[in-house]
Each structure stands twice: as structure tokens, then as C-alpha cells.
Design a protein around this ligand. Structure first.
Ligand code: ZN
Length: 407
């Protein structure tokens, strides 16, 4: 695993960790947006046990799509607002709606009253942005004190940023290295963090990845394994007993009976293959082909809007797995691969997001080549986000004996 360089410029006390951030939701926010807000809180609640979500936040036990229940819960919540405000005074984060249609989505950094947000109150300004789950999590994470991935102190090792363009457009603050950067020390840089911008966020483009294969991974709105790990570590959320989690998992502070697992690993201890073992593809020396149909289906668990189809490709011990993507049917090819994509966990560090693929053309040249994996088994994920129309990915796989090839 990569290790971040130490950040000597800041002391750990630079950012004050809040013990709670009560959240009030502005009445002007529409039901559709409230569902996203509620799902976001539910998602975070499952990952960590801190009372930021569970006890002091005005509760919304919304189920995705159940507006009537949401409405009745919101009514209860509204009745509590006055008491909450009195109890917590200025330490109240508000999710509020802007009148303008497009104002961008933004949030103060850190809890209201903390050093990074001394006089602040709002968490998230909604509008078009709150209906995208990952964007909402992005803003909530700011309120938890988490900075942009492209503002980390080690970001220049990973990103090529045109400083001339930054200065010309007056983006020194947005694209600078953040002074509240202590939270970045807890995880390696992750191109797939929900805290990163799309490389085309600014036009003309002002940033790209040094690792070209990861260019389209920036801006993806899945919440990454490291995103949640970072929140849990920063808040020191833990369990009385640590489970023997495998494959990089760690005991889930939101439910101490199981581990939080890197994508593609299942079971309480992160040692189980997908689909109870029936989605394991056994590689042979000859190429074999697999087509994975992919479209978004709400399962009750995928609050983030993504439906993922996982497989493991397994080879005999010591063999090297090779994968080639043959065809992408009805895939949208666009930076950030947010509509659909494939992630092959072929790199040694499978906890950090590996390059996402959604194009089989010159936009992602590496995706047209044979990908050699150092992991056995290799996790392969095909996902769709909010797209219910059928799509499919076809790939081939085999194993080779490197000792013969290079012997
Ligand atoms: Zn942001």
C-alpha cells in the first residue's frame, strides 16, 4: 500500500472534531431531495456509530421511494426544530435550498463552531445537486471535516495541475492545497474518492492524473472504501472487539458484528466470494468469455444509486490472470464513468479505487489492451448508476504461467 508523506505543516489539533452535528432540513427542500438527504444519512449511519446521524439529527426514517412515510416523518422533524435550535444554539448545520437553479453545491468545512468553521452553520446548499447521492455525501463529508481529494498535500504526486490556468481563472482557493488537511493522512490518495472532482469540472481542463489510466476515475460518485474508512478513523469510531477481517476489511463501527469490506469481498469477515460463490469464474490457459448484463435495480441496500455485479476470476496458485474487455453494449463513455463502468482490481492495492473503465476507444487506450492482474483472485465489478435500460459488458480472461513466459 502507498504511504502518504507526513504533513509537518499542521498539528493534529488544527481541525476540531465535532462530537455531533445536528442537522436541520429547510422546509423549502422538495421531497425528492429529502429522500437523497435521508438516504445519505442512513448510509453514513451504517458505516459509523457516532451520534451525528442517529440521535441528534432530526430523524428521517425514509425508505427510498416511500414519499408518504417521508412526509409524515418530516412533520415530526419540523416539530422538533425549535427545541433543537434552542439546545444546540449555533452548533446547528442546516441543509438549505438556494433560490437560484444553479449555484453549485457547497458546504462549510467542519462542524459549526469548529476552528475551520467558526461562525458557520450551513452544511449543504441544495438545488439540482442534492438529488445526486454521491454529491450529497460529498457535502456531508465536508461538514465532517473532510477536504477535497485534489486539495491534499500529496496531490501533486498524483495530479498534473496547470498552475498558469489556475491563476488565470482565479481558482487558487478551489484548486489550492487545503490548510485543513490533517484528515488526508489516514488513507492513501484515492482517484475514486467521492471527494474528487471530475477532470472536466473546469473547462478548459486544468487537471489530469499522472497515472493516465485513472483520468476517468476522478469525479466518480460512488462512495469509496477509503472515504468511509477515513471518516471512521478520523472520528475514532471503533468496536470493543476487533474482528479478524480479511482482504483489507476492518470492523464496522456501525455494526460491530461484521467488517466493512473493500468492494468485491463479502461475508462478515470479507472472505467470501460474490453471489455466495456462484460468481467465481475459473480461469484456464485458454481465453474464455463472459458477458455481464448490467442495469440499475433498487435492492433496498444500494442507496447510492449504483447497482454492481461482482465476479471473482480465480486461477491456480502462482499463475497470472489476464483480462481483456471485448465489448461494452449501451455504455455511456464520459469522464468520471458515472453512468456505468467496470472496475478491475488488478493492482496490488485493491482497497484504493483501481482505474474505472467506461470507454473502449481512444479516450481510454489502456482499456483496449490486455490487462495483467497481480491479484488472484481478481475482483471485477460491472456497475450501472440510475440507468435502468439494459447494458452489458463482455470480457475475456485466462491465466498464464509467468515463469514459462519469462523463464
Ligand atoms: Zn466539495
Amino acid at each position: 500500500m502507498e504511504v502518504d508523506p507526513p504533513n509537518t505543516a499542521l498539528s493534529p489539533t488544527t481541525v476540531v472534531r465535532p462530537s455531533h452535528i445536528p442537522i436541520l432540513i429547510n422546509n423549502a427542500i422538495e421531497d425528492k431531495e429529502k429522500i437523497t438527504v435521508a438516504d445519505g444519512q442512513e448510509y453514513l449511519k451504517r458505516q459509523r456509530e457516532d451520534d451525528w446521524i442517529e440521535n441528534r439529527v432530526a430523524r428521517i426514517e425514509a425508505q427510498n421511494g416511500k414519499l408518504d412515510k417521508l412526509r409524515s416523518d418530516v412533520k415530526v422533524e419540523e416539530a422538533k426544530l425549535e427545541n433543537l435550535e434552542r439546545e444546540y444554539k449555533s452548533e446547528v448545520a442546516r441543509i438549505k435550498k438556494r433560490r437560484e437553479f444553479f449555484t453549485g453545491c457547497r458546504s462549510k468545512l467542519g462542524a459549526p463552531g469548529s476552528r475551520s468553521n467558526p461562525g458557520g452553520e450551513e452544511v449543504l446548499e441544495t438545488g439540482h445537486c442534492a438529488v445526486i447521492f454521491g454529491t450529497h455525501i460529498h457535502e456531508l463529508m465536508h461538514s465532517l471535516g473532510i477536504i477535497h481529494e485534489h486539495s491534499r498535500p500529496d496531490r501533486d504526486d498524483k495530479l498534473n495541475i496547470s498552475q498558469a490556468e489556475v491563476v488565470r481563472r482565479g481558482l487558487q482557493v478551489d484548486m489550492g492545497i487545503d490548510q485543513w488537511s490533517t484528515t488526508t493522512l489516514l488513507t492513501p490518495f484515492d482517484h475514486g474518492s467521492v471527494m474528487a472532482y471530475d477532470i472536466n469540472h473546469y473547462e478548459p481542463q486544468i487537471m489530469s492524473a499522472w497515472d493516465k489510466d485513472s483520468d476517468y476515475t476522478f469525479g466518480n460518485r460512488r462512495v469509496s472504501f477509503h472515504d468511509m474508512y477515513k471518516v471512521n478513523k478520523f472520528y475514532e469510531c471503533s468496536c470493543p472487539t476487533e474482528l479478524p477481517c480479511q482482504n483489507g476489511g476492518y470492523t464496522n463501527p456501525g455494526d460491530c458484528s461484521k467488517c466493512n469490506c473493500p468492494r468485491g469481498w463479502f461475508g462478515a469477515l470479507c472472505n467470501e466470494a460474490p453471489c455466495g460463490g456462484s460468481c467465481v469464474l475459473i480461469a484456464k490457459p485458454e481465453w474464455q468469455t463472459k458477458t455481464v448484463n448490467s442495469s440499475y435495480v433498487f435492492t433496498g441496500d444500494n442507496l447510492d444509486g449504483f447497482t454492481s455485479y461482482f465476479h471473482h476470476i480465480q486461477a491456480p496458485y502462482g499463475m497470472t490472470i489476464e483480462i481483456k474487455i471485448e465489448k461494452l453494449d449501451n455504455f455511456i463513455c464520459r469522464s468520471s464513468c458515472n453512468h456505468n463502468g467496470i472496475e478491475i482490481k488488478y493492482r496490488m492495492d485493491h482497497m484504493t479505487t483501481n482505474p474505472l473503465i467506461c470507454c473502449l476507444n481512444e479516450q481510454q487506450p489502456f482499456a483496449q489492451k490486455v490487462i495483467s492482474s497481480v491479484k488472484n483472485p481478481t475482483v471485477i465489478e460491472v456497475y450501472s448508476k440510475d440507468r435502468t435500460e439494459p447494458a452489458a459488458a463482455t470480457f475475456s480472461y485466462r491465466y498464464i504461467d509467468e515463469s514459462i513466459r519469462f523463464g
